[in-house]
Design a protein. Structure first.
Ligand code: PBE
Length: 300
């Protein structure tokens, strides 16, 4: 009886074994396919910023040119950095629209994905643009804006104070001015009349880099005795605004590429005072632990 029972149980046991082994194999296989492609690891998403930014247009172009099966998420620069931070904390893969100068490169180990098709346009500069007539209305301010020129490391110092050290932009700008008197002195003209215009209106977008530069310029103009009004708007409004003379100046023109289209629409109506910073760059940025190196690999 006992023996008969054992013989009967044998197929059941075998069935059990087979199920266990196959069951296990299936689970592993399933796991592999869900972790599988590069695209899955990035959740099929590129984390973008404000809709009007040049880098958003460039990324749409990149999606087309590299045939990327990805969705570009828009939002804000702050939300992009928050997503990057939380991905890094859990070592997840993430790809964001990024730019230099930016404090995030000092804070985390990041890299640009190579862009063999040159969609993001290579190295560029940030220019100062004035409305026509500013030179006549506020000669000293105009000359200061024309002379304003600094290094990426200067801008990064201000950005880092604001973003990593949680300093107020005005405070961070004043601190940088205090610590860089020699540089600032060269921007302030001597013996040039202030002119009839007492209040200078600067337009900008709340990108971390532009918050830094615009606040530094604001405090230099205040030191010179002008009133200053800052107006935070989006990229399109900043450009139509300077074209229409609603702003006296902007120090946030990323050229020749990122804001190329915007600039072309107003270039006959404004005065380009040239670069205030050289060595700027935009592109797709990932944490260094991400094992791909090129935009082309995003589809793998
Ligand atoms: N940015 C920062 C801007 C210019 C400055 C790269 C986000 C843009 O894409 O328009």
């Amino acid at each position: 009886m006992l023996r008969k029972y054992r013989v009967m149980m044998l197929p059941v046991f075998i069935l059990f074994l087979v199920t266990a082994v196959f069951g296990c194999t299936t689970t592993t296989a399933e796991k592999e396919s869900s972790q599988g492609t590069i695209k899955d690891k990035f959740n099929g998403e590129i984390i973008g910023i404000e809709p009007g930014a040049g880098i958003m247009k460039a990324t749409e172009k990149a999606i087309e040119e590299y045939n990327l099966d990805y969705t570009l998420k828009d939002g804000s620069s702050a939300a992009m950095v928050a997503a990057l931070k939380s991905a890094i904390e859990s070592k997840k893969w993430i790809v964001v629209t990024g730019w230099t100068p930016h404090w995030m490169f000092a804070r985390w180990d990041l890299k640009y994905l190579e862009d063999p098709k040159g969609v993001y346009g290579g190295e560029e500069h940030i220019a100062t643009i004035a409305r026509k007539g500013l030179q006549k209305d506020a000669p000293a301010a105009y000359q200061m804006l024309d002379a304003f020129y600094w290094q990426p490391s200067d801008m990064e110092a201000v950005m880092l104070d604001i973003n990593a050290n949680k300093m107020d932009p005005d405070e961070a700008a004043q601190k940088w001015i205090r610590e860089n008197e020699d540089k600032v002195k060269k921007w302030i003209p001597e013996g040039v009349p202030k002119g009839n215009l007492k209040k200078i209106k600067l337009g900008y977008v709340e990108w971390d880099s532009e918050i830094a530069s615009t606040h530094v310029v604001k405090h230099v103009l205040l030191k010179m005795g002008y009133d200053v009004e800052l107006k935070a708007v989006d990229a399109g409004v900043m450009w139509t605004g300077i074209g229409a003379g609603q702003f006296d100046a902007i120090v946030a023109a990323w050229l020749p590429y990122t804001h190329g289209d915007y600039y072309d629409q107003v270039k006959d109506k404004v005065e380009n005072l040239g670069p205030n910073l050289e060595g700027a760059k935009i592109g797709l940025v990932v944490p260094k632990y991400v094992t791909i190196n090129s935009i082309e690999e995003l589809n793998n």
